[in-house]
Design a protein around this ligand. Sequence first.
Ligand code: SF4
Ligand code: SF4
Length: 188
Amino acid sequence: MALHVLESESLAALVNRSTGISAQKCYQCGKCSAGCPAAVGMDIAPNVVMRLLQVGTESADQKLLCSYSIWLCLACHTCDMRCPMEIDLPGIIDVLRSESLRRGAVNPRARDIVAFHKSFIDNVRLFGRMWEIGLIGEYKVRTRHFLQDILLAPSMLVKRKLSLWPGLHGRLVSRIFSRGPGRLEKTR
Ligand code: SF4
Ligand code: SF4
């Protein structure tokens, strides 16, 4: 669904318009946070993400957009499997990420994660599949972590974990991207 953002609307309204989910459905049982494998590293637990959306003030929205949590989510769907209201938290977090990028509010701690996301999307759009060497190269250029994990490369090549050439499906996938531009792509 296209994300045409009205400047005056709250994040809860944006989430509702983009996903059809009402933040008010959450009744703060905490089951999502209890099962979340990434919660231990998050600055805002998943149920608190929902609570801030419900609050809906400018400062609550700002706190959400600047949070580290929205980038730490693994999209593993443990939370919505446990949620008695079947709230699609990863879908909500996807919208928050997009809006955080659009407003330039990305948490500085999440810079490498964002670089990985962008490199991943570029890789799939260009080659139609995950070409690991292309992904690693673009990620390193974006982050300047040129020497990080470099010693792993030879053994991965020997074990054929890295293919030297990309696949040939890029044109077809490029057409799919051109029909519906990805959210991350729109933020550039
Ligand atoms: S599990 Fe669902 S209802 Fe419970 S706090 Fe999390 S989002 Fe809200
Ligand atoms: S999808 Fe994200 S928020 Fe939900 S349990 Fe997994 S890591 Fe946690």
